[in-house]
Design a protein around this ligand. Structure first.
Ligand SMILES: Cc1cc2nc3c(=O)[nH]c(=O)nc-3n(C[C@H](O)[C@H](O)[C@H](O)COP(=O)(O)OP(=O)(O)OC[C@H]3O[C@@H](n4cnc5c(N)ncnc54)[C@H](O)[C@@H]3O)c2cc1C
Length: 490
């Protein structure tokens, strides 16, 4: 079929408010830009559906003419499996961005194209909160379909645990309601392995009364001579999965030329749902350790991400670089292997300055609430992990832009050579973290997975999980049309 025929046929079938873009249209670049250009799928045409029916129509059309399709919302997917899409139709979710709070204030209807920042702000205006990604530029559904880690998970569990029901377009283009009572088998599968099964046009999502208007935060920088003591403190705070629900912390190995141009520093970012006074018992030991630089403030929740360098305008959220995340789930930090990862990271940024915008991120979310939910009740397989580490390697160049996040500004296009070098270091760093817990097999959060992991590492080692997922795939997507995001069936 020629481009003109595709356009004419889609235009005839889709509603008037839907949009269609080809590479020669100026809007095409806007709809296909990605956080990591290195894993950009090959898109021939973008469809921006205006309704759920438009999504169904597009899927049916793609199937009829034998063109693969791929759903894109905010474009943060970092897996190499996206490269398997060749000459495909992008179904952009951006126009399906409704946010409607239910009358009882306990839930909201969210369009399949909403993202963190707009949901946080809309809910906050009504005194409500829910679980969305910590980086507020990411979509709500992308994270939630694979688990979803965010600041409120200590209170309410994972993003996926907020899903009451989903309006889904299945692989054959039919519409389905997915909930505990409607297609319950798929309801299980879509909460953890959801990218494999359908296009979510709308989710009915739990929301909650805002427990606090303001959050306290502090950002501290430590030099590497404090590393061992620092990890002991992190482990004590993590307390084997019993970190208080109000406490969200993450740490980074990162270059910060304001402190040192010779070696990476440890950035400690600690946030507390409440006042500075209430936060002190948890964060004072880190202050006592002697950071070289520290800031703190208390801000309304909607401003917290920007203040911490992970809001929509922060460098880390900007598209156009080249990056992969490379996750490992842990029980706690092995201090010896954490030092070894630091040394490896230092070697990498010293030998390859083009990679010095990279980070090793160590995420300590409060996990106790997600552990109260029966691990077998959803397809999210890693509820026993306490710590989420990822080795985020970018072919970015560090540019002094703003304090405290001085790097992460991409200034040149993705580089094949640097990407290869970065991948090698990522594998080594992951192996080191993994070796620190020799009694546990490697687990990889699907939304951070780089696409080279095994199905078991991503979706769980239990044979019953694998069987259940494969059976669901056979039932709901026998042609494996949803296969471009860390697929179950390869
Ligand atoms: C800078 C950055 C910050 C991140 N921060 C967090 C974080 O704080 N917490 C966290 O848990 N994860 C985080 N992630 C990982 C994130 O969960 C995934 O990248 C997620 O897939 C992003 O969704 P998206 O809509 O932004 O990206 P996209 O690339 O548009 O989507 C990713 C996948 O989700 C599918 N998808 C998206 N919307 C729908 C839908 N409506 N129906 C069906 N499928 C859909 C797409 O088909 C695709 O397979 C982060 C990643 C990056 C790069």
């Amino acid at each position: 079929m020629s481009k003109t025929e595709v356009q004419q046929e889609l235009r005839r079938q889709l509603s008037n408010d839907s949009e269609i873009y080809f590479p020669f249209n100026s809007e095409f670049a806007n709809y296909t830009e990605r956080w990591s250009e290195a894993v950009a799928p090959d898109i021939a045409v973008v469809v921006v559906p205006a309704t759920a029916q438009d999504v169904a129509t597009t899927v049916k059309f793609a199937n009829a003419v034998g063109i693969p399709f791929y759903v894109v919302n905010r474009g943060h997917g970092t897996t190499i499996s996206q490269l398997n899409l060749k000459h495909g139709i992008e179904i952009s979710m951006r126009s399906l961005a409704n946010i409607k709070i239910a009358k009882d204030g306990n839930s909201a209807l969210l369009g399949g194209g909403v993202f963190g920042d707009e949901v946080i702000k809309t809910l906050d205006a009504k005194g409500k909160v829910t679980v969305t990604g910590t980086c507020t530029c990411v979509g709500v559904l992308g994270p939630a379909l694979g688990g979803g880690f965010g600041r409120y998970m200590g209170f309410y569990g994972l993003a996926t645990d907020q899903i009451i029901s989903l309006d889904v377009v299945l692989a054959d283009g039919s519409l389905a309601k997915v909930s505990a009572t409607s297609n319950p088998d798929l309801y299980w599968g879509m909460r953890g392995a959801g990218h494999n099964f359908g296009v979510v046009t709308q989710v009915h999502y739990k929301i909650h009364d805002r427990p606090t208007a303001d959050w306290y935060y502090t950002i501290m920088f430590f030099t590497a001579d404090k590393l061992e003591e620092f990890f002991d403190l992190l482990n004590a705070l993590g307390n084997n999965g019993k970190q208080p629900k109000e406490v969200v912390v993450y740490a980074l190995f990162t270059m910060n030329p304001q402190i040192s141009t010779a070696e990476p520093v440890i950035l400690f970012s600690a946030q507390y749902a409440g006042t500075a006074a209430a936060a002190q018992p948890y964060f004072a030991p880190f202050m006592k350790l002697g950071p070289v630089l520290a800031i703190n403030d208390t801000v309304p929740y909607p401003d917290l991400a920007e203040a911490n360098g992970n809001g929509v305008n922060s460098p880390v959220c900007q598209p156009g670089g080249s990056g992969s995340l490379n996750p490992v789930g842990l029980k706690e930090y092995n201090v010896t292997t954490s030092r070894a990862v630091y040394n490896l990271f230092k070697e990498m940024v010293t030998r390859h300055p083009g990679l010095n915008g990279s980070i090793v991120q160590l995420e300590n979310y409060p996990v106790q609430k997600m552990k109260t939910i029966d691990a077998a009740s959803t397809a999210y397989p890693h509820r026993s992990d306490n710590v989420l580490v990822f080795v985020s390697l970018h072919s970015y160049t560090s540019v002094l832009t703003e304090f405290p996040y001085s790097s992460l500004t991409p200034i040149y296009a993705p580089s094949d050579i640097l990407d290869l070098i970065a991948a090698k270091y990522a594998d080594q760093a992951r192996a080191l973290f993994d070796a620190g817990e020799p009694h546990r097999p490697l687990t990889a959060y699907v939304n951070y997975a780089n696409g080279k992991e095994t199905v078991e590492q991503v979706y769980g080692y239990e044979a019953w999980r694998q069987q259940k997922l494969r059976a669901l795939k056979k039932k709901y997507d026998p042609e494996n049309r949803f296969r471009f995001y860390n697929p179950i069936v390869r």
